[in-house]
Design a protein around this ligand. Sequence first.
Ligand code: NAP
Length: 278
Amino acid sequence: MSTERTLVLGATGKTGRRVVARLRLHRMPVRPASRSSETPFDWSQPDGWDAVLRDVDSVYLVPPAVPGPVHDFVARVHAAGVRRVVLLSGRGADTWGDSTFGMDMRDAEDAVRRSSLEWTILRANNFDQNFDEELFHAPVVSGELALPAGDVPEPFIDIEDVADVAATVLTEPGRHAGETYELSGPRPITFREAVDMIGRVTGRDITYKQISAAEYAAALVEDGFGEDDARHLADMYAVMERGLIASTTDGVATVLGRAPRTFEDYVLRTAAKGAWDR
Ligand SMILES: NC(=O)c1ccc[n+]([C@@H]2O[C@H](COP(=O)([O-])OP(=O)(O)OC[C@H]3O[C@@H](n4cnc5c(N)ncnc54)[C@H](OP(=O)(O)O)[C@@H]3O)[C@@H](O)[C@H]2O)c1
């Protein structure tokens, strides 16, 4: 176990705050950073990056939503004497071809791989927690989730497992250098099954509705997304439809020596907290 200081970016976000909690539990020095954190960090303010990187040994890197900044950031990381970086990316990022989805993550991977840092990349499937902490939450609470997801299943992953993997990699210097871990849950399930399970457990009538990618993008724009962002998000479902990220992987077991948490476990825990109550 290392006692080196870790800078956690995206520290108020879904994975970052869980990584911070785990490092603190293990009494590891940690510096949580984001625009609203005590240590401010903004991808659009490079002048502030060097101060955040002072006396840091490792970085947990949640990439910015646009391609570009990670290349400069990695150069600063190197110059600051930081030794390792753990990057969060998306499942099968090198198989998405010319999809406009995930250009941010692929660009960040490129920046990290080109560096001489000790890097590890975590490529996660869609998170279980998208159903209660992200985009799918409001539609599920309203009783209908409308997506262009089709019937190709997705091996959703519990973010608690992503955070367990990240914290383990960060606390075992040297063991995971140059590794790309593909992180899936234990079983592929369709969005229809996922929504049905949440409905059964909560005792509520919640349905899945199949819509076209164009309808989905239009709905996102109506909700305030920019047109490009909406199109890129809709493109993710085209990647899924090709079956590129539908199989399970052994990434969680490789790092943690145990199976990933099930979607059933996630639904039971989350329903008990009242996350889907009206
Ligand atoms: N959702 C999924 O199913 C899934 C699956 C695989 C990979 N991913 C990838 O995971 C990443 C998101 O990670 P997450 O879910 O842990 O985070 P998140 O919950 O989306 O939160 C984003 C974090 O980034 C910070 N942030 C936002 N804009 C920033 C800026 N301009 N400068 C600095 N920090 C900024 C936010 O904090 P402040 O507002 O305080 O700055 C927050 O801590 C994305 O790259 C996504 O593509 C997501």
